[in-house]
Design a protein around this ligand. Structure first.
Ligand code: PAF
Length: 280
């Protein structure tokens, strides 16, 4: 497995790989790799001949009071995961090279990114689209894989690729969950055992919403009332949003359209911000 930090070297290697006719699959990550990432890597390997994982904690997608400084960084552990999963190349650029002095160009999606997490994290998706567009230009993948846990991020990036005519297939891997349903996330590492125990109510809440839909109830008001009621089982949980949206554009819906809707939740478990969603 190759490890490359230089942008120029990465571009030369992608060019040579493409020249040989190999399809490149990219899994963009911020490291702190877990079983959810392993699943994304497996998907990339199925779809492509040459698999690249990028490891970069992108400062541009964190707000001033967010967890950029404390975000878990463990290069050796991440490298071992990539090696185990048969990754061909790990790309780990430096912030200095990606965002040199006088850096001034951004990519912004103006619809899908505005609701849900876009309300409480107003600059987040601009940071995500910018760094992913840069990674796409550097790695030149044919396929890029993201996780369904970050459903809004995946929808925003699909829209970016569509609107900017980037010849890249976006593949979304299913959310991997712990036994009690908690979606895997690098931020779960911040939870104390007590907070971790209470965090199970997030998935439980999504399931209560889905049950209502399965029973034929399509009223969004009713579903959201049930979801927030279940989240209130923990006094550590503060709801940031609980919404039913359409899966493609992440716009609020008044009635569930089965097969096209998503219940999306963000909440604080004490000081840790967690998100999750379920297709309904
Ligand atoms: O999902 C993530 O880990 C990040 O938002 C991404 C896509 C790697 C961009 O920094």
């Amino acid at each position: 497995m190759q490890v490359v930090a230089s942008i120029h070297e990465m571009q030369s290697l992608s060019m040579a790989t493409r020249f040989k006719g190999s399809l490149i699959g990219l899994v963009p990550t911020m490291g702190a790799l877990h079983a959810g990432h392993r699943e994304l890597i497996r998907l990339a390997r199925e779809k492509a001949d040459f698999t690249v994982v990028s490891l970069f904690v992108n400062p541009k997608q964190f707000g001033p009071n967010e967890d950029f400084e404390k975000y878990p960084r463990d290069f050796e552990a991440d490298r071992a995961v990539c090696e185990e999963e048969g990754v061909d190349l790990v790309f780990c650029p430096t912030a200095g090279e990606l965002y040199p002095e006088h850096y001034s160009v951004y990519v912004e999606e103006e619809m899908v990114s505005k609701g849900l997490c876009g309300i409480s994290r107003p600059h987040h998706f601009k940071g995500v689209t910018t760094v992913v567009a840069k990674l796409f230009n550097i790695v030149r993948p044919d396929v890029a894989v993201f996780g369904q846990k970050d459903a809004q991020q995946s929808a925003v990036l699909r829209k970016m690729v569509e609107d900017l005519h980037m010849p890249i297939e976006i593949v979304v891997g299913e959310t991997v969950r712990e036994d009690d349903g908690l979606a895997l996330s690098s931020r779960n590492r911040y939870l104390t055992p007590e907070q971790r125990a209470d965090a199970r109510h997030i998935y439980e809440a999504l399931l209560t919403g889905k049950e209502l839909v399965d029973q034929g109830n399509h009223s969004v008001d009713r579903i959201i009332a049930e979801v927030t009621h279940t989240l209130a089982r923990s006094r550590r949980i503060r709801v940031i949003y609980a919404e039913v949206v359409d899966r493609r554009y992440m716009q609020k819906m008044r009635e569930v359209v089965p097969g096209e809707s998503l219940i999306a939740v963000a909440c604080w478990v004490d000081q840790t911000r967690l998100i999750d969603n379920l297709k309904i």
